[in-house]
Design a binder for this molecule. Structure first.
Ligand code: GDP
Ligand code: ZN
Length: 453
């Protein structure tokens, strides 16, 4: 373990909760708190114990606190960690942190606790990143994916791949020492089989990103259709149901907004748009172009039609345009409350879902259809999903390097070329878990954390 100084930060959010936790980590954490704590002698207490007492700045009592001790290496950072639970007053917290800094602690930088956990081997880089995801998770699905990654599911898969490759790399590098003699320690057929197998795993991981990303960031859904078909009304109906749980602010109808709705644990990000066909003047045309861009990027389109205004031919024309975007879509006829039997009979040819956005009719069926269309596989607890673009990029580079190894084997290239590409592949795999890392990379990852994490 490297020798670090002792850092301190507020670990809980500032706000109106009753209790705040101030965390210290480092070799001096316990003696440093002990000097200002009146209660038991903390230096003599066991790990994972909690102690009541007061914190004092000279003779002045700052607060009654609970002090939790975690003695190295049995802590989050693998260093000595002290957590002080105080009353959640900004004044008290500020005073205590200042006091601890005067005793020799240093204010922690963003993510520094987790950075130490990584540097001290408590977790690998992808697990550290999962901690940030876990804290940010807002749905059951994103929580499950982050949890899986944090507990090392992804890391274990990568570790196995690396170990297998390292074995071959060392055999091939052995051949380099005997280059005059044309020996082959590494069986080429076996190497090829191994790489095909590894690439297969890597491709599955890369493919899982689509689902992983959707679970982490939400499914982008565009609600499209002509003005007045009821797009905003639908979005409000979807949102109100959701929001009724947390607040009863009346939904207001706005245009081009984006909002999240949680459907059975999956976050959908709904994007309400201006109509897709009102291209009459230039300004509107721009809006339409934007809409089209959004639609192309969406994972799903809900196309809304209002047969009061558009006949079947017109609706079919619009659907043809949607179809060209090559994005899965759901055809929905709104204002079912106003439809005649004749409408319904003709519309059956396009097989729509009939809803009334205003009266909340058919909206549950629409939700079920949306879930069905995104086609998320049920996550088993052991499923590993890649949710991080940095990881996907590293996996793609690994795959490229391994592909070169395969070409090399087929082309009977010399061992040194094979060794070079295998090393490349190992390098990129290592970037994910952090067995290969640079200060810039670490900086980039941990600076996005909050202070105290
Ligand atoms: P947008 O332009 O597509 O966003 O359409 P709006 O959501 O603003 O709705 C246009 C009009 O249609 C409003 O007056 C809504 O109240 C009305 N509307 C929306 N859904 C329904 C519905 O299911 N039935 C009826 N009768 N009217 C609806
Ligand atoms: Zn609208």
């Amino acid at each position: 373990m490297a020798n670090y100084d002792t850092i301190v930060a507020l670990a809980t959010a500032t706000g109106s909760g009753a209790i705040a936790v101030i965390r210290l980590s480092g070799p001096e954490a316990i003696p440093l708190v002990n000097r200002v704590f009146k209660g038991k002698n903390l230096a003599e207490q066991a790990s994972h114990t909690v102690h009541f007492g007061t914190l004092r700045d000279g003779a002045e009592v700052l607060d009654e606190v609970l002090v939790s001790l975690f003695i190295a290496p049995h802590s989050y950072t693998k260093e000595n960690v002290v957590e002080i639970s105080t009353h959640n007053s900004r004044y008290i917290i500020e005073r205590i942190i200042q006091l601890l800094i005067r005793q020799g602690a240093r204010a922690a930088r963003p993510g520094e606790f987790t950075l130490r956990a990584f540097l001290n081997g408590q977790m690998d880089l992808s697990q550290a990143e999962a901690v940030a995801d876990l804290i940010a998770s807002t749905s059951a699905a994103s929580h499950q994916v982050a949890m899986q990654q944090m507990r090392g599911g992804f890391s274990n898969v990568l570790k196995q791949l690396r170990e297998q490759l390292i074995q071959f790399a060392s055999l091939i590098e052995l051949e380099l020492d005997f280059s005059e003699e044309d020996v082959e320690f590494a069986n080429r057929a076996q190497l090829k089989a191994l790489i095909l197998e590894i690439n297969n795993v890597i491709q599955k991981l890369i493919a899982s990103f689509e689902q992983g990303n959707v679970l982490k960031n939400g499914v982008p859904v565009v609600i499209a259709g002509r003005p007045n078909v009821g797009k905003s009304t639908l979005l409000n109906t979807l949102l109100n149901e959701e929001r009724a749980i947390v607040s009863d602010i009346a939904g207001t109808t706005r245009d081009t907004i984006e909002d999240e709705v949680n459907i059975q644990g999956v976050t959908f990000r709904f994007i309400d748009t201006a109509g897709i066909r009102d291209t009459l003047d230039v300004i509107e045309a721009k809006g339409v172009e934007r809409t089209r861009e959004k639609m192309k990027k969406a994972r799903l389109i809900v196309y809304l039609a209002d047969p009061q205004h558009d006949d079947l031919e017109e609706i079919k024309n619009q659907l043809a345009e949607v179809e060209q975007l090559d994005v899965p879509y759901v055809t929905v006829v709104n204002k079912v409350d106003l439809l005649t039997q004749e409408h319904v009979d003709t519309l059956y040819t396009i097989d729509p879902l009939f809803i009334s956005a205003k009266n909340n009719v058919g909206v549950e069926e629409l939700k079920a259809e949306l879930l069905h269309k995104v086609n998320l596989h049920d996550l088993g607890t052991d499923d590993v999903l890649v949710t991080n673009i940095r990881h996907v990029e590293a996996l793609r580079k690994t795959e490229d390097a391994l592909q070169r190894v395969l070409y090399g084997i087929d082309g009977a290239v010399t061992s040194d070329f094979l060794a070079m590409d295998i090393r490349q592949a190992l390098h990129h795999l290592g970037e994910i878990t952090g067995s290969v890392s640079t200060d810039d990379l670490l900086d980039n990852i941990f600076s996005k954390f909050c202070i105290g994490k």
